[in-house]
Structure formats: structure tokens, C-alpha cells
Design a protein around this ligand. Structure first.
Ligand SMILES: O=P(O)(O)OC[C@@]1(O)O[C@H](CO)[C@@H](O)[C@@H]1O
Length: 309
């Protein structure tokens, strides 16, 4: 199975409003509630692609129960979430239906105790024994050490399980230094990590810091990937409009499925870009428009660039 880790799970609430105005009062025309946090989205997309998935991380309180109840109805996803005393956070995405822009509000998450963190590490080590790959995704809730991902990467590497990291800030910096197989930052996270706003320079710099393969998500422009074998750009055939929440998570699902199927890198990237675009066309994170995915899959342009120095 593929294992995804979401230490800061969420109940994702998406509101649609006609025009979002700061200081204004708004009528919500549509609301959806879904299990969220990046790794849960990755897991749902992987399951929809036909992979066996186990999700772990922390959940607690009434929001945690809502997350678990919905996951229980998701075919192909095994729930190995670790219960905690605190309450799973809510994250709010407000979609302005006039402009198509999305505004996000992410709560910090529950405080995790040292005993809960230890319980998680035991669960993680046990699950790694039957994992073909693991993805470590999203922010850290309060109480989890900032070097948590670095530690989880070292554990995965010691168990010879390929590991992908998708996070930001200091957890990303420390995680990259622990030499993950793949790191998938967006342009902003990559610039913060490396100090460079030039994606080509920044991917190279992130590799020098320890990541074997760097896959940078560049929004509507697609992906830029670099490893010892080469450098590729993968771009969707056209700009798609919709809710981008979770588009990066679908790209991660595409990369992981390609990894366990042992696809060549250009095919992995094409799949990741098609899934990502098809997610923008779906109303909520962790879902994608299947017909659009099928249509886009053959239309992603992947070009090989001069190899990295
Ligand atoms: O606060 P984090 O963990 O960085 O991001 C959380 C989050 O915004 O990311 C997902 C979309 O990628 C949402 O499902 C989720 O709520």
C-alpha cells in the first residue's frame, strides 16, 4: 500500500459566495465539508486511481469524528489515524464565484502532547513495514517538533521506503536536509527555502541541500522537475479555471502512483499535471474531474531541458 501522513488533518469547508468583499457580510450559495489536510487529499486521489492507500496522522474531537466518518465511506482508503485529545482543525476556502479566486483560512490545529507524538511514531514505524512509498504532507500542528519530518524521512529511508515531502518553512528546510527521495514545493515555498525566485536555480539549490528529486509546482505553468537523470518541464495544454485548493495534492498523488508503477519521469510528470488541472475543475480538494483527467492526460507537453550541473 501507499502510506500518506497528515499530521495536521482538517475538516475542509468550502464556501461559494458571489463576490468576496473584506469587511462585508456574505450569503453563502453553496457549502461542502470534506476530510482535508494535504495527505488525506493525496490518499483520496490515489484511491480513485485504483491504489491501496493507508492514511495516518492525528484526529480528535467532533471535527475529527466528521473526518473519520467521511473517510469510512471512501473506497480504497484505510484509516490508521491516531486519536488525540485536542480537536482536529477546520480549514476554510472561500470561492468567489464572480472572479473564480479562492481565499483560504487555515486554523493552526490541536496541541499534540509528547505521548501522542510517541504513539504516532510507533504507528508510523509499523505501517512502513507494508508500505511501497510514503508521502509526508502539510503543516505541523502545535507541539510536534519542527524537525518531525526530518526524523520521519530518516525512518523511512532506514526501512528502504521511498519518501516524498510536501511542506513549507522550517519543517521543509530540515526535511530536505534529511535527503527525501522527492520534495514537491510550490514556487513560493521553493523561493523561501533557497532564497532564489528563479525556479531553475532554486530547484538546483534544493537538490544541493539534499533532495534527490525536486518537483516544483508552478501554478498554471505546470511542473518543473530535476534529479540526477535530467530536468523536465511539464505544462498543461491550456489554463484551467476553478478552485485550485488541493491541486498540488493531486500532483503528489500522480507522482507517487508513477513511482510505485515505476513509470519513466516524463510520464509521472504528465500524470501529475493532468490530475492537478482536473482537480482545479472539481469543486473540492481531494476530488478531480475524471473526464477532464482522461482528456488532459494525453495532452500534457513534457520537455526535457539541459541537464543540471
Ligand atoms: O495548513 P496546511 O497543512 O499547509 O494545508 C492545509 C490545507 O489547506 O491544504 C489542503 C489543500 O492543499 C487542504 O485540504 C487543507 O486544509
Amino acid at each position: 500500500m501507499i502510506l500518506t501522513v497528515t499530521l495536521n488533518t482538517a475538516l475542509d469547508i468550502t464556501y461559494h459566495v458571489r463576490t468576496l468583499r473584506p469587511h462585508g457580510s456574505h450569503r453563502v450559495s453553496e457549502v461542502t465539508e470534506r476530510p482535508g489536510g494535504k495527505g488525506l487529499n493525496v490518499g483520496r486521489v490515489l484511491a480513485a486511481l485504483g491504489h491501496e492507500v493507508t492514511v495516518t496522522g492525528f484526529t480528535g474531537g467532533a471535527t475529527g469524528r466528521a473526518v473519520r466518518d467521511q473517510l469510512a465511506g471512501t473506497a480504497g482508503v484505510v484509516d490508521a489515524l491516531v486519536p488525540v485529545q485536542g480537536s482536529t482543525r477546520r480549514t476554510i476556502a472561500v470561492v468567489d464565484t464572480t472572479t473564480g479566486d479562492t481565499t483560504q483560512l487555515n486554523e493552526p490545529g490541536p496541541a499534540i502532547t509528547p505521548a501522542e507524538w510517541s504513539a504516532f511514531q510507533e504507528t508510523y514505524e509499523r505501517l512502513l513495514r507494508s508500505a511501497s512509498a510514503v508521502a509526508l504532507c502539510g503543516s505541523l500542528p502545535p507541539g510536534v517538533p519542527v524537525g518531525a519530518y526530518a526524523q520521519l524521512i530518516r525512518t523511512a529511508r532506514a526501512s528502504a521506503v521511498p519518501v516524498l515531502l510536501d511542506t513549507s518553512g522550517e519543517p521543509l528546510r530540515r526535511g530536505v536536509a534529511a535527503r527525501p527521495d522527492i520534495v514537491k514545493p510550490n514556487a513560493e515555498e521553493l523561493a523561501e527555502l533557497t532564497g532564489s525566485h528563479d525556479p531553475s536555480q532554486a530547484t538546483r539549490s534544493a537538490r544541493r541541500r539534499g533532495a534527490h528529486t525536486v518537483v516544483a509546482s508552478l501554478g498554471a505553468e505546470g511542473l518543473l522537475a530535476e534529479n540526477a537523470a535530467g530536468r523536465w518541464r511539464a505544462a498543461p495544454p491550456r489554463r484551467v479555471h476553478g478552485n485550485p485548493t488541493g491541486a498540488g495534492d493531486s500532483a503528489v498523488a500522480g507522482l507517487l502512483s508513477g513511482l510505485v508503477e515505476d513509470l519513466p519521469w516524463p510520464e509521472r510528470l504528465a500524470r501529475a499535471v493532468a490530475l492537478s488541472a482536473a482537480t482545479v475543475l472539481a469543486p473540492a480538494a481531494g476530488e478531480f474531474d475524471h473526464a477532464a483527467y482522461e482528456a488532459l492526460a494525453g495532452q500534457v507537453a513534457v520537455t526535457s531541458e539541459a541537464s543540471a550541473a
